[in-house]
Ligand binder design. Structure first.
Ligand code: SF4
Ligand code: SF4
Length: 86
């Protein structure tokens, strides 16, 4: 059972370690936009030049909170990585 953020969105995953971030793997993303809807830091942006209307996570805005991972319907589309190693 998770806790809720200020908008009532329920988190089910444990918080990930400090410094971790999330990126989108285009091979699996179905461009549903849910990660953009739930991201509390507005780190997910549409790729304006992409004909498939996919999204990208701006590393400088992603806090690694992992909330998006709770909502993404496409396994493998959101990938955690160590921001310090990037
Ligand atoms: S990990 Fe958090 S801050 Fe980063 S894109 Fe996902 S919801 Fe947004
Ligand atoms: S929630 Fe997952 S499938 Fe939907 S746009 Fe974001 S990464 Fe792609």
């Amino acid at each position: 059972m998770g806790d809720e953020d200020e908008r009532g969105l329920r988190r089910t995953r444990a918080r990930i370690p400090a410094g971790m971030k999330v990126r989108i793997d285009d091979r699996y993303c179905i461009a549903c936009g849910l990660c953009r809807e739930v991201c509390p830091d507005r780190a997910v942006h549409p790729r304006l030049q992409d004909v498939h209307h996919r999204f990208e996570v701006l590393p400088q805005e992603c806090t690694g909170c992992a909330l998006c991972l709770d909502y993404c319907p496409a396994p493998g589309a959101l990938v955690q990585y160590d921001g310090a190693q990037a």
